[in-house]
Write a protein that binds this ligand. Structure first.
Ligand code: UDP
Length: 309
């Protein structure tokens, strides 16, 4: 893989879960700046060699300062909670769609490439799995609609202005630094429940499926997107395999050696039944290859759990 080196990089949301892993990988051979308002990220996640600009992507002056001299932007800053987007669609739109557009516009001025976080949430209830990038979209939450808007703007910025953009449609990302808290995905919730020995709470009958991709593979996709010639189109970033949530609960109980009971609660309103990425486009054009299995990723996470990472 051609790796990015000697570049000036900006990671928005670089103190957050995915952004901080990207920043960690970049600092070895690039100058890394992070723009983060620390609303959900943490200073502790930042690599020592990264420069932090504490601020909001919606603030023009702050964004212009952060973008100065930058070759590649990794845009990960977002209000990542679907629930928060349902409760306050205007605020999350402002950050996720308008803030993302501001990053694209700043990149146009600066001549920078933009690799940005899109989401499987843009697909809503898929007509079939695995889902290809060309399949119909139909977001069911403001969050999904905002990510779709940004994903489409990114392609337009390439087509209209020649900006090198690469939207990456993340499926269910898991790994260190997504443990606990209001933004935690189901894996973080289940690992926390299993290690505390309390009930593992499966929403509904647990037959719904998800494609869990380890954050290391998401970083790999970002690095490949940073150097690819195949810009101006969106890529699914998943593992390309799915598991039911019931099986996930059992696997986590097994990996943690927990004696928690698995209990079923009310189904989550509007829950997506099936999700799985078709990653063949990313494989063919980016050379992306998922490397971390769910079991391996979980085992590492469990080792890590409780460590103040
Ligand atoms: N889920 C669950 N128990 C929990 C949290 C989540 O069974 O405590 C289920 C949830 O209903 C969904 C799946 O796990 O079917 C993935 O949820 P998550 O919020 O991680 O991601 P998303 O729904 O956005 O794919």
């Amino acid at each position: 893989m051609e790796t990015l080196s000697g570049s000036h990089c900006l990671v928005t949301g670089g103190a957050g879960f995915i952004g901080s892993h990207i920043a960690d990988t970049l600092v070895d051979s690039n100058a890394v700046r992070v723009l983060d308002d620390l609303s959900s990220g943490s200073r502790d996640h930042l690599p020592d060699d990264a420069e932090l600009i504490e601020g909001d992507v919606r603030d023009d002056e702050t964004l212009a300062a952060a973008m100065e001299g930058v070759d590649v932007v990794f845009h990960e800053a977002a209000v990542v909670s679907v629930t928060a987007s349902v409760e306050d669609p205007v605020r999350s739109h402002d950050v996720n769609a308008t803030g993302g557009l501001a990053v694209l516009e700043a990149a146009r001025r600066e001549g920078a490439r933009v690799v940005l976080a899109s989401s499987a949430a843009i697909y809503g209830h898929p007509e079939r799995v695995p889902i290809a990038e060309t399949d119909p979209v139909g977001p069911t939450s403001p969050y999904g609609l905002q990510k779709l808007t940004l994903d489409r703007y990114a392609v337009q910025y390439h087509d209209l202005y020649g900006v090198e953009t690469v939207p990456l449609r993340y499926f269910n990302v898991f790994g260190p630094r997504n443990v606990g808290g209001p933004y935690a995905g189901v894996i973080a919730v289940f690992v926390d429940q299993a290690t505390r020995g309390v009930d593992i709470t499966v929403d509904g009958d647990g037959t719904q499926t998800r494609d869990f991709v380890h954050v290391d593979d998401v970083v790999q996709a970002n690095l490949r997107a940073a150097t690819t010639d195949a810009v101006g189109e969106a890529y699914n970033v998943g593992r390309g395999e799915s598991i039911t949530i019931r099986e996930l609960a059992e696997l986590i109980r097994d990996v943690t050696g927990s004696d928690s009971d698995i209990v079923h609660t009310e189904p989550r309103p509007g829950d997506i039944d099936e999700s799985c990425a078709d990653v063949s486009r990313a494989r063919d054009r980016l050379g992306y290859e998922p490397t971390v299995s769910l079991r391996e990723g979980l085992a590492a996470l469990v080792d890590d759990h409780g460590a103040d990472d």
